[in-house]
Design a binder for this molecule. Sequence first.
Ligand code: G4P
Length: 198
Amino acid sequence: MKLLEERINTDGNVLNENVLKVDSFLNHQIDPQLMNEIGKEFSRLFQKDSITKIVTIESSGIAPAVMTGLHMNVPVVFARKRKSATLIDDLLTAKVHSFTKNETHDLSISKQYITENDRVLIIDDFLANGQASLALVKMAEQANAVVTGIGIVIEKSFQPGADLLKQEGYRVESLARISSLSNGEVKFLNQEAEELIK
Ligand code: G4P
């Protein structure tokens, strides 16, 4: 998605060769216009899948997920990372370890919100090692729902997540695919292909 790549180029900060900071439009301050375009694009990509529910994980997945839900006209559920006072019984659960942040969370979603009749689209902001997406897949499958695909805003293609999810048989659509963050520079997969052609 050209608009997203341009935004990453202008506003993204390469923290090191593994981490891209995008706090000004995705992870802290949120650009609603950009999120709207992202939601529109996911909706277009998955329009034939008869999706009934979008599933994401708090907190940064929520904005792109809500915009996708708006364009697809389906509800959005987010997995909670912290125990909720009101979310106690009948839970779908999974553990997720973030290699990027070195944290482990117990995720939960009320069984009320994903059922065997659902066709689920998973949306998340970043794909690195694939653990967050896999945990969401596991929870949807605990409910006997069908996972029709995974939509990612920014994929770090040099990390193993995308390949892992595809090997597991899931369709992954990423709006920006980063092939490298070396030397303080963002390189996109399509840009690499263009440079090879030159
Ligand atoms: P995985 O889910 O693909 O396995 O990735 P990993 O565990 O390595 O990373 C999980 C957390 O780190 C997620 O945030 C994810 O958004 C974030 N993350 C991973 N790589 C990057 C990166 O290059 N830049 C930024 N900005 N974030 C990255 P989270 O813990 O769920 O936090 P949040 O959703 O509350 O922001």
